[in-house]
Each structure stands twice: as structure tokens, then as C-alpha cells.
Design a binder for this molecule. Structure first.
Ligand SMILES: Cc1ncc(C[n+]2csc(CCOP(=O)(O)OP(=O)(O)O)c2C)c(N)n1
Ligand SMILES: [Mg+2]
Length: 550
């Protein structure tokens, strides 16, 4: 009977479990795993740093609902990969971290790159294991995949000693596992569904908040239907954007602060009351706000604010239940109310302030002109990746999303350095679409070398660097003997680096240069960088709660 090696068993099991992408860096002892993955038909993308590879794996999990694998060498490689596991943990995205490890018979001997890897992964993963026998590798791979996608999604870790990777097993002795089905779409208690609608019907100032949990659950059809049926005002979380298109007439995103502060009932659809939503607490929310909470994770119910009605389960299934109840007993929030008027006025005032900045053509440019140009030129179905501080915050309001899962950003963990990995993940999942990756200059620097990865695979990515010479802003010039902590090289020519790898770079300092550079860059299908020098003192629109935003 034929023998199979551990590497082949790992790769075949991954493919069997619906893992289509593997990102990583090879070295001891995982080289055979990467080759086996390619043989088994998994798309292997070799990165330049495991951090980016691990971020990319999480993004694929979010975009597709099936985890991607991040393959790391033992010791330092695996330690780098924890960055992505932690990012996936914070965002509740599925991914697999695969760490090569020293031969198990050398444990404790000071083996090459020996490290307590299972222990190191543990706090950030839902599942961490070191398979015990080659024959049982499919068992462990199935458990890792299933755990990552069932319940609240997250990362799983498998520790893969060299002897397991190169060892062999008789084909007949292998305990193969069938593909685990997608997570069951659990419904909420029907009584809670009735009660949720009662709370919304009784509210004077209702608000729906759509989070990335709804996007992950692929609930866009149901959520749009629900918004149309109820005519409730809604706003999205940063990555909940697009579940309902941003240009929908019932969006009150441009009146976000006012909507949060004055709502008397909030329906949370896969959004958590964490720092992004100011914990649901005063002064950003009313202290008597009633929270109706849809979440896949029962433990999330009641975090920071006691929940009025808990709907625990899958967002797509539960919003479907709400819609079915509304079909039985139709209701919609009245067309003319003081609340609608208030929100419309606040939204109009905010939009007017922003529009003035967007059309300001002075040099040096500010953020709004740059982002408005990207908005006007990017294809409608572009995948958007946005990262930075001001760059990302402002992009949220200026760059619209038309569909679900089309925006990736620093997310719940606020991680700088995710952008390039995310862009590569988006290109891997959607090879026929343009990826527009908008990066602050600091954000770009964390993983800038991954432009080589994008060039090597000929990915259709346009990187736009919004360059203000530093972290939240730098200086036009500086004294080398006293460099302030937030300052980077003024007008650094980041676009030149991509040319070394066969991509095309552009540098723009004026609105006209930006406009033509972007036009050319977006028309190309090879990777491009448009490096845009903006005013190092440019800031975002003054915020009502500036002191609380970080
Ligand atoms: C991994 C990590 N390191 C450091 C930070 C702190 N931090 C927050 S935003 C930011 C960079 C902001 O600068 P930039 O990307 O240039 O955007 P800008 O605000 O200048 O437009 C940094 C370093 C972080 N969030 N994550
Ligand atoms: Mg900057």
C-alpha cells in the first residue's frame, strides 16, 4: 500500500476542509508543507514577513467565511504569525496559524528555533494543538478549521514538528475527515424576536447599527430588506459599511455622533459596544438607551450596557426572523418625525463642511481632496483597504462602500501594518477586481516590503500613500539631531521602491498631478504606488468629541 508523508496529509486535509489559500514564508521545517499545498491545489503566496501573511489569512477568513492558513517556520516565524492570530481574535475572523516546530524527540534540548509555541499562541486562539500522530493529522486539521468558524470565529493554531511533517503513514491507516459544513445558522428565541420589534416600535428615536458581524454572516440581503421594511435610520461600523450601501437614503452615517448620542433604542446587528462604539456609555450614548443585541456570541450579550433584548445566533438567520415577523405584522418607523429631522439637519451640516474641504484645490493638499479624488476615480466594485490614523478615519466618511465585505481596515485591534497583507488577500480572493489600498505613510512603512509580493504575483493593486511625513503628521523639515517621535523623512519617495520590482510608481503634490497619476495607475493591472505629498499639518474636520476619540 502507498505511503503518504505528513506534509501531504496536512495539505490534503486543508484542501478537504475548504482552505483555498496559504500565505507564509518557508524554511525549517515547513518547506515540504508549502510544496504539498501547491500540489494539492491550494493557492500558496510567499510573503516577506509572517506578520503580513498572518494578517492576510485573517482577511481571507472574513471575506470568504472559510479560513486561510498562515504557514510559519519554527520559533521567530511562528512568533511573527501570532500578530495575525491576535488581529483575527480581536476582529472575530477565522484563520489557521500553522507553526513548524523542532523534531519532537529534541524537545527541551535547545533545538534549532525551539520555543513554547503552543503556549505562546494560546491566549489569542480558540484552539491550539500539537498533533500526536501522522495518521491523525486530518482529525486535527478538521478540528482547527471547525473551531475557527463555529460560534464566534477566531484563529486556530496547529504546531507541526519536523518529524510529523517528514514522517510517513500507510494510506490505509489514515483517519480521513469529511469537510466540516459551514457553521449552523442558529436562530434566536421567537419570543425575543417579538420583544425586539416591540422595543423598536415603542422607540421615539430608534437607530440600527450594522457591524462587520453582519457582513461576515453574509446578511446583506436580509439587512437591506429589514431597513426597507422598517425604514429605520441606520449607520454602519467601519467594516459594516456596504452591508447596506453607504448612499442609501436611510443612512445617517454623516450624523453619527448625534445619532449615537440621542438614540433611545439601538439595534446592534453584529456590532459590539467596544471602543469603536464608545462602549455604549455616556456621554456618547444616553444613559437610558435600550439595547437590542444580535450577536453570535452569547458571552458578548450585556457587555458594557445591560441588554434589553438578546438575540443570540446568526445575523442572517435572525434578521430573516425579524423580516418574517414584519411580514406577518408590517410596521415602519414614521416618515416624518423630529428624530429624522434632527438627524437630517446634523448630517447636512457635516456634509457641507466636508464638501468644502473636498473641493479645496490648494497646495499642499489636505486629506479630503486626496480621498475625494480616489472616490471619484476608483471603480465601483473596487476592494478598499484603508489604514492609518487620519487617513483611515477620514476615508471612512469620504470613500463609499456599495456592497458588503468590500472594506478592510485596522479594525477592532487598531493594527497598523495590516494594509498590504489585506490588499494581497483581497487580490487573492477577487483576482478580477481592482484593489485600492489607501495607506498613511506610517501605516505603509510597517509592511512596505510586501509590494514585492504584490509585484511577484502581478496583483491588480493600486497603493495610494497619503504622505504627511509621519504618524498623524510630521514636519516639512527637521533637525537630524532632534527628530520628534512622530516624524518620518519629509516627502519620502516611497513610490520608487515598487519600480525595483517591476511595478509603476507616481509622485503627486498637486490636485492635477494626483488626478492624472491616479488615472494612469488605476488603468494598469500591474501593482502601482501613487505617493501623494500632503500638508504635514493637515487634519480632519474638528470632532465634537475630540478628547474621546482615541
Ligand atoms: C502595530 C501598531 N503600532 C503602532 C500603532 C500606533 N499608531 C496608531 S496610528 C499610527 C500611524 C498613523 O500615521 P499614518 O499611517 O501616517 O496616518 P496619518 O494619520 O498620518 O494619516 C500608529 C503608528 C498602532 N496602532 N499599531
Ligand atoms: Mg502619516
Amino acid at each position: 500500500m502507498a505511503e503518504l508523508d505528513g506534509a501531504t496529509l496536512i495539505a490534503r486535509s486543508l484542501k478537504q476542509q475548504g482552505v483555498e489559500h496559504m500565505f507564509g514564508i518557508v524554511g525549517f521545517p515547513v518547506v515540504p508543507v508549502a510544496f504539498a499545498a501547491q500540489r494539492e491545489g491550494i493557492n500558496y503566496v510567499g510573503f516577506r514577513n509572517e506578520q503580513s501573511a498572518s494578517y492576510a489569512a485573517g482577511a481571507v477568513g472574513y471575506l470568504t467565511g472559510r479560513p486561510a492558513a498562515c504557514l510559519c517556520v519554527s520559533g521567530p516565524g511562528m512568533i511573527h504569525g501570532i500578530a495575525g492570530a491576535a488581529n483575527a481574535w480581536s476582529n472575530a475572523w477565522p484563520m489557521l496559524l500553522l507553526g513548524g516546530a523542532n523534531d519532537s524527540f529534541q524537545n527541551g534540548q535547545g533545538a534549532f528555533q525551539e520555543a513554547p509555541q503552543v503556549e505562546a499562541a494560546r491566549p489569542f486562539v480558540k484552539y491550539a494543538a500539537r498533533p500526536d500522530r501522522i495518521e491523525r493529522l486530518p482529525f486535527y486539521v478538521e478540528q482547527a478549521v471547525r473551531t475557527s468558524i463555529y460560534g464566534r470565529p477566531g484563529a486556530s493554531y496547529l504546531d507541526l514538528p519536523n518529524d510529523l511533517i517528514v514522517g510517513k503513514a500507510e494510506e490505509g491507516s489514515v483517519a480521513w475527515r469529511d469537510r466540516c459544513p459551514d457553521a449552523p445558522r442558529t436562530q434566536a428565541d421567537p419570543a425575543a424576536v417579538e420583544r425586539a420589534l416591540e422595543v423598536l416600535r415603542g422607540a421615539e428615536r430608534p437607530l440600527v447599527i450594522v457591524g462587520k458581524g453582519a457582513a461576515y454572516a453574509r446578511a446583506e440581503h436580509e439587512v437591506r430588506d429589514f431597513i426597507e421594511k422598517t425604514r429605520l435610520p441606520f449607520l454602519p461600523s467601519p467594516m459594516g459599511k456596504g452591508v447596506v450601501p453607504d448612499d442609501h437614503r436611510l443612512s445617517v452615517a454623516s450624523a453619527r455622533s448625534d445619532a449615537l448620542k440621542n438614540a433611545d433604542a439601538v439595534l446592534l446587528l453584529g456590532a459590539r459596544l467596544n471602543w469603536i462604539l464608545h462602549f455604549g456609555l455616556p456621554p456618547r450614548f444616553r444613559d437610558d438607551v435600550k439595547i437590542v443585541q444580535v450577536d453570535v456570541c452569547a458571552e458578548e450579550i450585556g457587555t458594557n450596557v445591560p441588554t434589553e433584548v438578546a438575540l443570540v445566533g446568526d445575523a442572517k438567520a435572525i434578521v430573516g426572523q425579524l423580516n418574517a415577523a414584519l411580514d406577518e405584522e408590517p410596521w415602519s418607523y414614521p416618515a416624518e418625525t423630529a428624530w429624522r429631522k434632527e438627524l437630517a439637519e446634523a448630517g447636512a451640516a457635516n456634509r457641507a463642511a466636508v464638501e468644502a474641504m473636498e473641493s479645496d484645490r490648494s497646495v499642499p493638499m489636505g486629506y479630503y481632496r486626496v480621498l475625494a479624488e480616489i472616490r471619484d476615480q476608483a471603480p465601483r466594485d473596487a476592494m478598499l483597504v484603508c489604514e492609518g490614523s487620519n487617513t483611515m478615519d477620514i476615508s471612512r466618511s469620504v470613500l463609499p462602500n456599495h456592497d458588503a465585505r468590500e472594506r478592510l481596515d485596522a479594525g477592532t485591534f487598531g493594527t497598523m501594518g495590516v494594509g498590504l497583507g489585506f490588499a494581497i488577500a483581497a487580490a487573492a480572493v477577487h483576482p478580477h477586481r481592482k484593489v485600492v489600498c489607501v495607506e498613511g505613510d506610517s501605516a505603509f512603512g510597517f509592511s512596505g516590503m510586501e509590494v514585492e509580493t504584490a509585484c511577484r504575483y502581478g496583483m491588480n493593486i493600486t497603493f495610494v500613500i497619503v504622505n504627511n511625513n509621519g504618524i498623524g503628521g510630521g514636519l516639512a523639515d527637521y533637525d537630524r539631531s532632534n527628530v520628534p517621535p512622530m516624524v518620518y523623512t519629509p516627502q519620502a519617495r516611497y513610490e520608487k521602491m515598487i519600480e525595483g520590482f517591476g511595478g509603476k510608481g507616481y509622485f503627486a503634490t498637486t490636485p492635477d498631478e494626483l488626478s492624472s497619476a491616479l488615472k494612469e495607475a488605476l488603468a494598469r493591472t500591474v501593482p502601482t504606488i501613487v505617493n501623494v505629498a500632503i500638508d504635514p499639518r493637515a487634519q480632519r474636520k474638528p470632532q465634537k468629541f475630540e478628547w474621546l476619540t482615541r
